[in-house]
Design a protein around this ligand. Structure first.
Ligand code: 2P0
Length: 354
């Protein structure tokens, strides 16, 4: 159809993911290739997720994007790489009801309008690029009838933000670092789906809503350039932990899972401290939460809760079941009482799974 009257749209929703074996450090900055494998759990889409609508129309003169209603620039290399990779895989699209026919070659001259929303306050410091890029790549792939599977799409989302590749699957997901120079084998694979370990409850405690001082991208660059510890971590520690973590997840071995998750979070922050100048992502409250959980786990004789912290002070806690999650929330409210009603929003409880 030649007229510029039509618009074709697709909407998709993607949850964020939380790494239990962390990605920190790249071997190739522009392709976003990591120095080690990582494993994450994808959250339930009712919390911390991105909803993206992509529209195409001959009336659009250039690609544009709005994030939470505000226009943002698409000129950055990461957006351009994702858009280029997806466009190059487009197929014919036909919408008989609307009388729209787009041939494979037409996509080169068509432009998108993209609107993306996070269902959590961006100011909460939890705005993750993981859900955002995964959702962008997935919705564009659907719009353009891209035939690739999720693994291949994950390699494209990876070029938007490393952790985004893990959000294309639910459940527990491994990002394989890969060996290829072009990154074609640096993809995400699903280890188990969202039903495999559905007793787990994930609780996010917002410790600070301030924007982090060091972005992940520059933080990990500085770590790779200056930390003597990070190579030991990537070469010696993580490969063993990946094997143990896969085993713990497959056999639903909570004590092993908790031990590995907490140790890996702590080593990631140790590597940040080993960077010059040192990077501090956790604060006093984060440290107090760690002590609280460690003390509780020790007093029970076996771990009840795992904690993990990303590039910021907010705590992500994984309780072994709902009963433990209720007790955990009770303890947190006692030790860290909300100062105001608004602070009550600082506790976000959700199930894992997609
Ligand atoms: C992770 N983080 O595995 C680790 C743990 C933060 C701490 O992935 O430069 O936003 O876009 O690839 O993915 C955050 O880094 O960095 C991250 P880029 P990204 O979840």
């Amino acid at each position: 159809k030649k007229s510029s009257s039509w618009v074709l749209m697709v909407t998709a929703q993607t949850p964020t993911n939380i790494a239990v074996i962390k990605y920190w450090g790249k071997r190739d900055e522009s392709l976003i290739l990591p120095i080690n494998d990582s494993i994450s759990v994808t959250l339930d889409p009712s919390h911390l997720c991105t909803t993206t609508t992509v529209a195409v129309s001959p009336a659009f003169s250039h690609d544009r994007m709005w994030l939470n209603g505000k226009e943002i620039s698409l000129s950055g290399g990461r957006y351009q790489n994702c858009l280029r990779e997806i466009r190059s895989r487009a197929s014919d699209v036909e919408d008989e009801k609307k009388g729209i026919k787009i041939a494979k070659k037409d996509w080169e001259n068509l432009h998108f309008h993209i609107a993306s929303y996070n269902n959590f306050p961006t100011a909460a410091g939890l705005a993750s690029s993981a859900a955002g890029f995964a959702c962008l790549v997935y919705s564009l792939a659907k719009l353009m009838n891209v035939k690739e599977d999720n693994g291949q799409l994950s390699a494209i989302a990876r070029q938007g933000s490393g952790s985004a590749c893990r959000s294309l699957y639910g459940g527990f997901v491994k990002w394989i670092m890969g060996k290829d120079y072009n990154g074609s084998d640096s993809i995400a694979v699903q280890l188990v789906d969202e039903n495999h370990w559905d007793e787990l409850v994930i609780l996010v405690a917002v410790v600070s809503s301030r924007q982090k001082e060091t972005s992940s991208t520059s933080g990990m660059r500085e770590t790779v350039e200056t930390s003597p510890l990070v190579l030991h971590r990537a070469k010696e520690v993580v490969p063993k932990r990946i094997i143990e973590m896969e085993e713990a997840i497959k056999s639903r071995d909570f004590p092993a899972f908790a031990r590995l998750t907490c140790s890996d979070s702590n080593q990631f922050h140790a590597v940040c401290l080993d960077t010059s100048p040192p990077i501090f992502y956790m604060n006093d409250t984060s440290h107090r939460i760690i002590s609280c959980v460690e003390k509780w786990n020790r007093s029970e004789g076996t771990p009840q809760v795992a904690y993990t912290f990303d590039a910021g002070p907010n705590a992500v806690m994984i309780a072994r079941n709902r009963k433990v999650a209720a007790l955990l929330l009770q303890r947190l409210l006692f030790h860290f009482p909300p100062q105001s009603d608004a602070d009550l929003n600082s506790y976000i409880v959700g199930d894992k799974s997609i």
